[in-house]
Design a protein around this ligand. Structure first.
Ligand SMILES: CC(C)(COP(=O)(O)OP(=O)(O)OC[C@H]1O[C@@H](n2cnc3c(N)ncnc32)[C@H](O)[C@@H]1OP(=O)(O)O)[C@@H](O)C(=O)NCCC(=O)NCCS
Length: 157
């Protein structure tokens, strides 16, 4: 699973997807993060919803439920669809599945962040998320490329 996730994550990153790495990030770093993410799922620190196509991994979304004072919420992480399969409704399906799963778990809120300079915010706004704040210049994509991090919240009840 970690190899398939790494392959998907590298392809999405190289295509400019905003999932934790700059487009030219070393492949080994992305694959190491994929190994860590799969370990987190195996250890039940995160939950993973996938979409497959032709027996390969085509899309993912992860949920990370909080602990302590954050136990009523989860972070939505690594929502990504293979670049050649984007625009077919699969991202929407993955996000809807994450919302349904979080609701079934009894969670009250979902949180996620997006990278400034992309147009993905509209995708979340149309799914009912509210933009609740901005962390200025907290993402560095390159020596002269600092981006804001935009935070979104969805109340489930
Ligand atoms: C964002 C992403 C997951 C959406 O998945 P997708 O399968 O391409 O999107 P869908 O076909 O389900 O489109 C769903 C809706 O979002 C819109 N949309 C999709 N990608 C969008 C984008 N980059 N910017 C703005 N709107 C977008 C579609 O027009 C559609 O509109 P609707 O809400 O009116 O129905 C996908 O484009 C992706 O993997 N991007 C790269 C990784 C990334 O940046 N992830 C976001 C991390 S915060």
């Amino acid at each position: 699973m970690d190899t398939a996730l790494g392959t998907l994550w590298v392809a999405v990153t190289r295509a400019g997807g905003a999932v934790g790495f700059a487009p030219d990030a070393p492949e080994a770093d992305i694959r190491a993060a994929a190994v860590q993410a799969v370990e987190d799922v195996r250890a039940e620190r995160q939950q993973l919803i996938v979409i497959g196509a032709d027996h390969t991994l085509a899309g993912t979304v992860f949920l990370r439920t909080g602990v302590g004072v954050q136990a009523h919420r989860a972070d939505v992480l690594r929502l990504m669809v293979r670049p050649d399969l984007q625009g077919r409704g699969w991202g929407r399906t993955l996000l809807d599945a994450a919302v349904a799963h979080a609701t079934a778990l009894g969670l009250e809120q979902l949180m996620l962040s997006t990278r400034g300079g992309t147009d993905v915010a509209g995708f979340y706004l149309r799914r009912g998320f509210t933009e609740v704040g901005v962390w200025p210049e907290t993402l560095r994509l390159g020596p002269d490329d600092l981006r804001d991090e935009h935070w979104f919240q969805l109340r489930l009840r």
